[in-house]
Design a protein around this ligand. Sequence first.
Ligand code: GLN
Length: 490
Amino acid sequence: MKLTDLTIAQAKNLLLKKEISATDLTKAYIDNMEKYKILNAYVTETPELALSQAKVADENIALGKARVLEGIPMAIKDLFCTKGVRTTASSKMLENFVPEYESTVSDKLLKAGITMLGKTSLDEFAMGSTNLTSYFGEVKNPYKRNGEDLVPGGSSGGSASAVASGQAMAATGSDTGGSIRQPSSFCGLVGIKPTYGRASRYGIVAFASSLDVPGVIARTVEDNALLLNVISGQDDKDPTTAPRAVPDFTKVLGESIKGLKIGIPTEYKSDKLNPDVQKAWDNMAKNLESLGAEVIEVSLPLTKFSLPVYYIIAPAEASSNLARYDGVKYGYRTEKPFHSLDEMYELTRTEGFGAEVKKRLLIGSTILTEEFYERSYLKALKTRRLICNDFDEVFKKVDVILTPSTTGAAFSKNDSLSPLDVYLNDIYTVGASLAGLPAISVPVGYDKNGLPLGLQVIGRKFDEETIFKFAHHIEAISKFDNTPSKVMGE
Ligand code: GLN
């Protein structure tokens, strides 16, 4: 088997048995990074760093002191600050920003022994669903539609493209309204957004603080569980992390779902839904039923408001978070002459931000003006509360909610989609984001063009274990083959 076709669980095993070395494993990924540059998954590659970490990993393994992810080659989304390694958020604004500190999530992964291959591309400041808005150019999906290039999804598109093409064994992602689940679905991968507060946001470039959640993208449910074990936990540096014990998420894999209840939200059935997704969704519900789970139709009546609410709250928070990029302390500053501080701000921000970010900042700051605050922002906050209440009600009756991850498969930038159509893509993911619930996307099959489709399992707050249990069965039923060499047609 090719080294870059191994899952984390398989590689861990072979590394410990010394049948493979961390150095050879890391080198194999570096070779693939060279080979598949055309996908543009990475903003910054760090092969020397990865190799020096691999050397340490091999030494630790030889001494019998292997850490839990010793020698596992990973990519880090370029939204996570990495000490001494450029962190751009895919923006010109941070093109030359080298952090002096490490995000908690990447720190935990590094301390667990990963080798860091590089920083993966994203939609600028994580705003988008296509990875077309990166200052460093668009990222391509390893899957094509009759030869045509497709988007990998976003914002964690670089992470998903890298993992699907065998340029990293796994990658971090961040999910504000779907940015882990949607690209995972588009690239045939498993991606989890844990409960808000399960993992620390410290050191992640902020987009919308009440929604941003770090998580992971990998090929299997087991790999997701292994990684979530490492990145979770309360963090003194992020007061919104919860003082909750972190269970071993791998323990529940394989456990029966007999007697557990699955909710299917009536409002998620839509004529916008690709019929192939509908079919996969129906079939999976039946299959899970045959394993002893009970399928119940449930109602989330405010679903139609979740997108508008998201697209008010997220830009409002973004406009406040991104106010820090003013050309004074760090990041880009205009090179043009200026005659006042205001002019310097204006030029810096006009030149430093891309169009999508500017649009959102304009929307966000308008929403927060005295004129609009009450009728838009405040109303959105109240509606968000009601959306949370709807989920609470449903979770009195069921253990998980099963939904599509997206309305269809990956699209092409040449498909005639309006910006609104692209926003609509998030319809199934934003609900769990607004309510802070854990949710996982699992690949379940293909559409008529041979493109991956994913289903989402949403759980109760801090009940990642039950969604993992279901995800593992879904994976076993679907037998989706995301072996990178096969995906890349090698
Ligand atoms: N696609 C959504 C947006 O554009 C979600 C992005 C995200 O989760 N970071 O805002």
